[in-house]
Design a binder for this molecule. Structure first.
Ligand code: TXA
Ligand code: MG
Length: 328
């Protein structure tokens, strides 16, 4: 669809799909209860899982939620970009958007098309990832058409998403900020700007000074972002390559083609997350490669966690863990 049509649809409280630098989002006015309810319906999203709001800058965020010195400091460095803050909402944000919670998720996307739309509509836009609930997030327009079929909402085509995984979600409502969802902006980068350690509670695995605190984000449910084919996730690549579970009718997803594979007896089909092994390339292709593996209609997809020596790998491991049916 054209930019003009997209803008008029959103102003008419309609829903359409917009590109962001992370993944595609199913966008609507963040101020219209009708439009918000339609987004939940289209996604099949449980009403307990809140949407996030997209704005142009920290000033616009301050009109919608109670910002603070940490949000200001972090926005100065990371906005526009893939960092979502959880902050106390103001009255103008409907409770339907926050699933009844007093706090709202908010970020400023950097994708030029999304920003052009924000500039033209002059209202904040709610946009969860444009996938049916609990399925893999879409990083290309075709992913959205394939998953919604004839009910597919109109799409503003921005090509493949640059980053490929969803934004980091940072709760700024507690005395010590807490990463609820790891993403492209890593814990160390956030701590460097704030000047003190933050917690990380992703996947229910709490770390930091507040370990053991309960899950506070519905998106932290461990089963999420999953392909239809069962996914076996190994603790590392060698455990996978030596696995007795690998069979001919299976598919194995490796980081890049240079990995030495010697599983000739079982000989599963191989796919690669990237040609280079560069974490940025792997992130960009993570969901699309899992979709490709899913479409092969094999019995099992095998893949392994990335080494924990790169901040981006932690976010990728979080997504793989949520997609996994079996951990080995
Ligand atoms: O990169 C992104 O964040 C993408 C693009 C489209 O912007 N959006 C996205 O939205 O991933 P969604 O709805 O798929 O994920 C938002 C996450 C969910 O895990 C949700 O539970 C959490 O943010 N979240 C939203 N509002 C929250 C709140 N008030 N308190 C706690 N968690 C919240
Ligand atoms: Mg999502």
């Amino acid at each position: 669809m054209s930019l003009e049509k997209c803008v008029s649809s959103l102003l008419a409280n309609d829903v359409c799909v917009l590109p962001t630098e992370t993944v595609y989002g199913l966008a609507c006015s963040a101020l219209s209860v009708d439009a918000i309810e339609r987004v939940y319906l289209i996604k099949g999203r449980p009403p307990t899982n809140p949407l996030i709001v997209h704005v142009l800058n920290h000033n616009q965020a301050s009109e919608l939620c109670v910002t603070n010195k940490f949000s200001k400091l972090l926005a100065n460095v990371f906005w526009p970009g893939p960092l979502t803050f959880i902050l106390p909402k103001k009255k103008c944000i409907p409770l339907q958007l926050t699933a009844g919670l007093p706090n709202v998720g908010i970020r400023s996307p950097s994708h030029p098309l999304f920003r052009s739309v924000l500039k033209k509509v002059k209202i904040p836009l709610a946009a969860p990832s444009a996938n049916p609930a609990n399925k893999l997030s879409p990083t290309r327009p075709l992913d959205i058409v394939e998953s919604f079929g004839k009910d597919c909402p109109e799409i503003l085509d921005g090509g493949p998403c640059e980053l490929g995984i969803e934004s980091t979600v940072l709760d700024l409502t507690t005395s010590v900020p807490s990463i609820l969802r790891p993403g492209p902006i890593g814990q160390a980068s956030i701590e460097e700007v704030l000047g003190f350690p933050v917690n990380c509670t992703s996947g229910g695995k709490a770390t930091g000074s507040n370990s053991g605190i309960p899950k506070t984000s519905p998106g932290q449910e461990t089963k999420h972002y999953a392909p239809d084919t069962p996914l076996y996730l190994y603790s590392n690549i060698n455990v996978m390559l030596n696995s007795k579970h690998l069979k001919i009718r299976h598919v194995m997803v490796l980081p890049h083609p240079q990995v030495f594979v010697n599983v000739s007896k079982q000989d599963p089909f191989s796919l690669y997350f990237s040609q280079t092994g560069n974490p940025l390339d792997i992130a960009k292709n993570l969901f699309s490669t899992l979709r490709k593996a899913d479409k092969l209609d094999k019995e099992i997809i095998h893949t392994s966690l990335f080494p924990d020596n790169d901040e981006l790998y932690s976010a990728l491991n979080d997504r793989l863990s949520r997609a996994a049916s079996v951990r080995i």
